[in-house]
Each structure stands twice: as C-alpha cells, then as structure tokens.
Ligand binder design. Structure first.
Ligand code: ADP
Ligand code: MG
Length: 224
C-alpha cells in the first residue's frame, strides 16, 4: 500500500514559490492499476517524483509498503529507487547503440549480468510483443515499440511499484492504446502497483482507479 498524508510540495523558482501540491491525502492499494489525470501544471509529475523517492515533500508523509520515505537514509533511499521502483517516462531514453535485449539489461550492467537475467529480459520483451525484435536497435523500432522496450526495462528488476509519467505522450492514440494494453499485460503477470499519469481519456477504461488532481489538490477519486 502507498499512503500519502497531507503531502505538500513547494518549488522555488527564483524568488517565487510555486505550490505544486497543496495537501494530498490518499491510499493506493498494492497491486492496483491507477491513473492520475489533471490539467497541465496541476502537480501530477511532482506527485510521482515524491512517491518514487526522487524528491522529498515539503511537508506531509509518503509511506510505501510500510516504509516512511523520509525516514530512510540516503543510501536506503537510493536502494528503494533502484530496486523497488520502475520508472517509465514520456521519452523512452534508450541507448541507441544497444539492441532491445541489451537496453532492457542496462540497469543491471553495473552489477553484472547472468544467463538468468538475459532470459528474463527476453521473456519481458515477449510479454510486450517484441519477441521478434530482440536484436533491433532503437532506430530500427517504432515509437510504440521503443516505449515497450522501456516498459520491459522498468520491469526487469521486478519492482513493487511502477511509475509512468505520460508514457504515451509522444505516441499517436492508436499506438498509445497498444502500449497501454502491453502495460496491462505485464501488470497482470507480476502485479506491481502501477501509477500512470496520462492525458488520453481513451486509456482510462483499463485501470482500477482514477485520481484527478487540480491545482495541487485531489479533485476526484473514482473506482473504474
Ligand atoms: P504536471 O505534471 O501536472 O503538468 P508538475 O508537477 O510538473 O505538473 O508541476 C506542478 C507545478 O509546479 C507547475 O506550476 C510547475 O511549473 C511547477 N514546477 C514543477 N517542477 C518545478 C521546479 N523544479 N521548479 C519550479 N517549479 C516547478
Ligand atoms: Mg507532468
């Protein structure tokens, strides 16, 4: 479970304070598939960075699976981000000289690879429909295929939590729908908690819950 207690986050832009989040309290069930929607600038990305331990709230608490992120040491927080959270961003951030399998393996390269990991990378690529594109480099893949590689990369560590910030923002709506289908597929296989920020209403039928944010506050919470 993810618990947010009166979470605020104020950014400083020069002299100006921007109150990106103004007190969010909610809980998100483990293993559920959640959407965060809301206008541009409403605080959606800020919320994901707090839940993923990339930034700290200005006030309030973020508790992930019983762990208060503010109580973690720097080292524990690094480990949380590295091992427990899979991030998927709008830009795919693939390395252009590596094929699909190697791109999925990139986060593990510093620690060393073994045959088991390679096998798992191939399985994940199969789960996102890329079993026939294993040795293709990013420039030999479509945008939707590249994002599916990024999804497989985020899943290789078997994260408890997958955070995706507008993962289909650079794709046309049909391709975006396909990418969502594959995201659902990997969710069914390993059941991480998924939180997806999206603009496209067409995707919203497939989740469990939809949180709406407006001006840094919760403005709606629907079970789908
Ligand atoms: P969304 O993802 O919903 O578009 P964000 O969470 O990115 O919104 O931003 C919420 C508000 O905080 C916006 O007004 C944005 O300009 C501001 N903001 C976000 N990040 C920073 C930052 N690093 N410094 C200053 N202001 C920021
Ligand atoms: Mg954003």
């Amino acid at each position: 479970m993810i618990e947010l207690y009166d979470v605020t986050r104020t950014h400083l832009a020069g002299e100006t304070e921007v109150r990106a989040l103004r007190g969010i309290t909610t809980t998100i069930e483990s293993g559920s598939f959640n959407f965060v929607v809301g206008p541009s600038g409403s605080g959606k990305s800020t919320l994901l960075t707090l839940v993923g331990g990339l930034e700290e709230p200005t006030s309030g608490r973020v508790v992930v699976e019983g762990r208060d992120l503010a109580a973690l040491s720097g080292r524990e927080r690094d480990r949380f981000r590295r091992e427990d959270v899979g991030f998927v961003f709008q830009s795919f951030n693939l390395l252009r000289n590596l094929d699909a399998v190697s791109n999925v393996l990139v986060p593990f390269m510093p620690r060393g690879l073994d045959a088991g990991l390679r096998k798992r990378a191939v399985e994940l690529l199969e789960q996102v429909g890329l079993g026939h594109r294993l040795d293709h480099r990013p420039n030999q893949l479509s945008g939707g295929e590249q994002q599916r590689v990024a999804i497989a990369r985020a899943l290789l560590k078997e994260p408890k939590l997958v955070l995706a910030d507008e993962p289909t923002g650079e794709l046309d709506s049909e391709t975006g729908r396909e990418v969502f289908g594959y995201l659902r597929n990997v969710h069914r296989q390993s059941r991480p908690t998924v939180i997806v920020v999206t603009h496209d209403p067409a995707h919203l039928e497939v989740g469990d819950r939809r949180l709406r944010i407006k001006d840094g506050q919760l403005d709606g919470d629907e079970v789908i």
